[in-house]
Write a protein that binds this ligand. Structure first.
Ligand SMILES: *[C@@H]1O[C@H](CO)[C@@H](O)[C@H](O)[C@H]1NC(C)=O
Ligand SMILES: *[C@@H]1O[C@H](CO)[C@@H](O)[C@H](O)[C@H]1NC(C)=O
Ligand SMILES: *[C@@H]1O[C@H](CO)[C@@H](O)[C@H](O)[C@H]1NC(C)=O
Ligand SMILES: *[C@@H]1O[C@H](CO)[C@@H](O)[C@H](O)[C@H]1NC(C)=O
Ligand SMILES: *[C@@H]1O[C@H](CO)[C@@H](O)[C@H](O)[C@H]1NC(C)=O
Ligand SMILES: *[C@@H]1O[C@H](CO)[C@@H](O)[C@H](O)[C@H]1NC(C)=O
Ligand SMILES: *[C@@H]1O[C@H](CO)[C@@H](O)[C@H](O)[C@H]1NC(C)=O
Ligand SMILES: *[C@@H]1O[C@H](CO)[C@@H](O)[C@H](O)[C@H]1NC(C)=O
Ligand SMILES: *[C@@H]1O[C@H](CO)[C@@H](O)[C@H](O)[C@H]1NC(C)=O
Length: 588
């Protein structure tokens, strides 16, 4: 007994001593779900992570870090429409690129992932398009290959190189059809597959998925996610002496979950494991920062936790919170190369001549070529947006629009922030033409602040005429929470002909403030309405902040010019106590 206590004490003491590096979660704030990370000594001791992107293009963002604290966006593996034409037509917001696994083997980086046609029946054989992207240089966006397709009729595919050179892929079928983790051998060059075998069913949670295999101390460890990507989400693990099984479940499952806790970080699961430079283990996983009202509009983010994994034993994960103590981390040099910026950096651009829209910009499906131009002649220092027929919802809220949706955005990466874009709206001429800013999750979940031309009916003294109106529209399927603040007000006449700064601010974690002011006259700003974060708490994606231009189905294409784009992070709220300090939430 004494011995047991002593061992326990020593283990804890050792862990507290060894976990002497502090860092903050999430490590990839904002829409960065289903993380997968690796450490590559051959690349200047660099860590690389991939995340899911659904219908966002460019997709599959790749982040690199030398210290596991500063992560820089270096490329998007999916960056040319020709790589995956189907992304342009897939229906439903939950479709597109699901969980990507990144791995490095003998000089080549692999991203294995699935393009899911989520509107097809669960058992349709063409519902899942599995893909292998490769590159020898992840810092060069153009170096990512076209994908090799393979015919597995499931998702969450992850490769593993066995000692004898055989490559296996684990994945899962649509769980409603046939649950269980599957495995097969594959030729990564051709996509030719061996027979598919069911190797583990998990511990009984719904949707066993997100499998990865690791080999350690003569064991094959199979780590998976269970419970669905909501509040019951968890990480479980099993091991076997042969890769084919039988897999024995860990007696301490789930090895990681925040389910049933009142932690700020919820829905924790879908993990991947890697070893750092000092051979210490870490896990990354997805999690949401769930506010006191249940909202998490930033979606599923990437968190990291230290893992203690003694020889021959099961891995032990630390609880995931916002302020973490982890293994000693060397402070490496900043990552060189790649075209993007640090994941949580502020951003400003005036779109001067020669400016290149970098990998941090995101569209919904493919952008229509020619609708986005930097510093066109006569409009230097601006980004020209040509309007689309369709608005951000589109004709049915789920389908691709034949002529695209003009929208360009960047991820929200801070709990509290200020985003603004200066728009020249002088080309609006016809009824229902509209430009503005949006906080956008998908076609059925977004808040837009636009300026739109609407007919003002005739009065005794004035003829009917088109007048510019500021309008906030909230689109959501979250029924109880449709914003009560949808608003429309006429633009003050004295603002006519002025460049206007449209803004979205989050001053607290539950609401987006939608406001507009003439450039340089911030004090005259008008708060047109508020968007409620609960209305954007849905599905698989996270909040994007951007600019749109549409005729709302009407005639007459027009242009608008974005002359200044600014995003300033104000605070990363990552603990209940910081919420408490700032807003007095969670008062017992
Ligand atoms: C932190 O722990 C590591 C061992 O994991 C040790 O090498 C290092 O010296 C410690 N650093 C400090 C500041 O205690
Ligand atoms: C490693 O870093 C050095 C110096 O920053 C750089 O010249 C070299 O290209 C890098 N190598 C790789 C493989 O990233
Ligand atoms: C899929 O399921 C439906 C309804 O359960 C069934 O009618 C259909 O035959 C199935 N299709 C395939 C390809 O299994
Ligand atoms: C994969 O297939 C290619 C083309 O058939 C072949 O050249 C290669 O040897 C195969 N690789 C393995 C590991 O079997
Ligand atoms: C998984 O469950 C199915 C259905 O109950 C069963 O037939 C199969 O043997 C199980 N697989 C494993 C590896 O235990
Ligand atoms: C994507 O679809 C839109 C609308 O159908 C079309 O205008 C565009 O050319 C397509 N883009 C690509 C690259 O296929
Ligand atoms: C706005 O654009 C119009 C033409 O599209 C141009 O004539 C005008 O000078 C621009 N206004 C500002 C403030 O840049
Ligand atoms: C957040 O701000 C909005 C808009 O001012 C306000 O209605 C709401 O009550 C605030 N929420 C909290 C929890 O303070
Ligand atoms: C979007 O456009 C459709 C079709 O043109 C229209 O019915 C709908 O009212 C518009 N609304 C929003 C909020 O996007």
């Amino acid at each position: 007994m004494l011995f047991t206590y002593l061992t326990l004490f020593l283990t804890l003491a050792l862990r507290v001593w060894a976990h002497n590096a502090t860092y903050q979660n999430p490590i990839l704030p904002g829409f960065h779900p289903d993380p997968s990370c690796i450490f590559v000594p051959e690349w200047n001791n660099t860590y690389f992570c991939a995340s899911s992107s659904f219908l966002v293009f460019p997709g599959i963002p790749i982040h690199a870090s030398n210290d596991l604290r500063r992560f820089k966006l270096i490329s998007n593996a999916l960056n040319r429409p020709e790589q995956l034409p189907g992304l342009n037509t897939t229906k439903r917001a939950t479709s597109g690129i699901w969980a990507s696994t990144i791995r490095y083997h003998e000089g080549t980086f692999y991203v294995v992932t699935t393009h899911v046609y989520d509107d097809y029946p669960k058992n349709a054989t063409n519902r899942f398009d599995n893909l292998i992207f490769t590159t020898k240089d992840p810092f060069d966006e153009n170096a990512w290959s076209d994908p090799v397709h393979f015919g597995f009729q499931g998702y969450d595919t992850s490769p593993f190189w066995d000692d004898d050179g055989t490559v296996y892929i684990t994945g899962t079928f649509a769980w409603e059809v046939k649950p269980g983790i599957q495995m097969f051998s594959i030729n990564l060059t051709t996509g030719a597959m061996g027979p598919v075998r069911n190797i583990w069913n998990g511990t009984g949670g719904s949707a066993p998925e997100g499998p990865h295999i690791y080999k350690k101390d003569g064991w094959y460890y199979l780590m998976i996610a269970e419970g669905g990507t909501g509040s019951g989400h968890m990480v479980t693990i099993a091991r076997a002496k042969s890769i084919h099984g039988p897999y024995e479940s860990c007696p301490y499952n789930p090895v990681l979950t925040n389910g049933g806790s009142d932690y700020y970080f919820q829905n924790l699961g879908h993990a991947d494991l890697f070893q750092d430079k000092n051979k210490n283990w870490w896990a990354v996983a997805l999690s949401v920062r769930q506010g006191p009202d249940g909202s998490y509009p930033m979606g599923r983010e990437t968190v990291m936790t230290p893992v203690t994994w003694a020889e021959g034993r099961w891995p032990v994960f630390e609880k995931v919170t916002g302020k973490m103590n982890g293994w000693h981390l060397d402070s490496g040099p900043a990552v060189q190369g790649g075209e993007g910026s640090l994941v949580d950096s502020n951003f400003e651009s005036t779109f001067s001549p020669g400016y290149v829209l970098g990998p941090g910009f995101a569209h919904w499906r493919f952008p229509v070529v020619g609708n986005y131009a930097v510093s066109p002649k006569g409009h230097e220092n601006s980004l020209q947006l040509k309007s689309s027929l369709a608005n951000l919802t589109g004709h049915d809220g789920r389908s691709a629009e034949p002529k695209g949706q003009t929208f360009i955005s960047r991820r929200q990466t801070h709990s509290l922030f200020e985003f603004s874009a200066t728009l020249n709206v002088s080309e609006l001429q016809k009824e229902d033409q509209e430009v503005g800013v949006s906080v956008f999750l998908d076609q059925l979940h977004h808040y837009d602040l636009g300026i739109v031309l609407s007919t003002q009916p005739a009065t005794a003294t004035k003829r009917a005429r088109l007048v510019p109106q500021f309008r906030v529209r909230g689109i959501t399927t979250v029924p109880a929470f449709i914003s009560p603040t949808i608003a429309q007000i006429p633009m003050p006449e004295t603002w006519t002909g002025k460049s206007l700064s449209f803004g979205i601010n989050a001053k607290n974690i539950t609401h987006y403030e939608m406001q507009v002011a003439p450039v340089g006259r911030k004090k005259d700003r008008i708060v047109v309405g508020y968007g409620n974060g609960l209305g954007l708490t849905w599905g698989f994606t996270g909040a994007l902040l951007g600019v749109y231009a549409t005729t709302n189905g009407g005639e007459g294409e027009f242009s608008t010019y974005v002359s200044d784009w600014e995003y300033v992070g104000k605070q990363q709220v990552n603990s209940l106590s910081s919420l408490m300090d700032r807003f007095g939430y969670f008062n017992p």
